[in-house]
Design a protein around this ligand. Structure first.
Ligand code: PEP
Length: 253
């Protein structure tokens, strides 16, 4: 159980607008990471900023891709492959972020193929799952997570599962300022771990890092991280503010 080292990730989405701003933010986050305890920190900038961000972070941070395409190379204008992400030093790649599922119409089959490509290039997928507001109101939050896990993890072995981070992100909490209470989040995380234990084994499930995402801020992070099955956070908005993200990384136990 104690093998699960906390992991905090900052998903910058389509921000900031210039490489200079990206480098400045990365340096600030790298400084804050030096004070932090035993926590892994990954920043997930837009593709053009991956290399400059990594250089600005001078080894203090890991970098990740926000998306990928499952074909390794070829005539796929606009696409970026896992081979490319791996070659510039990415350790993580987001798969199935709700904005990819909705705005860009990625279905579970595409997400499964992307996750497969990430594993095949020896990086770690951060698989994002979670229910919409309507599904939450209908009491379907756990059922939706179960369906997404079963489809998105198709063909994944138990050993591979240990390299996958699951991010539970209730869609109604993303960018809305609404956070699931620590108790609700814990209950879904416990359910997800139990579902993985059924799909694989208790041993595998106990090793999987499960992050919570959805309007995590300096004010909410401590109580969320205190929950036994919340092993980290996937942070959007607050990761664009160096001081706020620095406080999140330095969450109080
Ligand atoms: C996200 O996009 O993964 C996210 C959790 O965003 P925010 O923190 O802004 O809700």
């Amino acid at each position: 159980l104690d093998a699960r080292k906390p992991l905090i990730a900052g998903n910058w989405k389509e921000n900031p607008c210039t490489v200079q701003e990206a480098e400045a933010l990365a340096s600030e986050v790298a400084e804050a990471t030096k004070q932090a305890g035993d926590v892994g920190v990954v920043v997930i900038p837009p593709y053009p900023f991956l290399v400059p961000v990594q250089n600005a972070a001078s080894g203090a941070l890991m970098i990740g891709g926000q998306n990928c395409y499952f074909e390794e190379k070829g005539a796929y204008t606009g696409a970026v492959s896992t081979a490319m992400l791996s070659s510039v030093g990415c350790t993580y790649v987001l798969c199935g972020h709700s904005e990819r599922r909705t705005v860009f119409r990625n279905d579970d089959n595409a997400i499964n193929r992307k996750l497969r490509a990430v594993l095949d290039h020896n990086m770690m997928p951060i698989l994002c799952i979670g229910e919409s507001k309507e599904e939450y109101d209908a009491g379907l939050n756990k059922a939706v997570c179960a369906i997404q896990l079963s489809k998105d993890l198709k063909g994944v072995t138990g050993e591979e599962m240990k390299r996958i981070v699951v991010a539970y992100e209730p869609v109604w909490a993303i960018g809305t300022g609404l956070t699931a209470t620590p108790e609700i989040a814990q209950s879904v995380h416990d359910y997800i771990r139990g579902y993985l234990a059924k799909m694989y084994s208790r041993e595998v499930a106990d090793e999987v890092i499960i992050q919570y995402g959805g309007s995590v801020t300096p004010d909410s992070v401590d109580a969320l991280m205190a929950m036994p099955d919340i092993d980290g956070a996937l942070v959007g908005g607050a990761s664009l503010d160096g001081a706020k993200f620095g406080r999140i990384i330095n969450y109080k136990k």
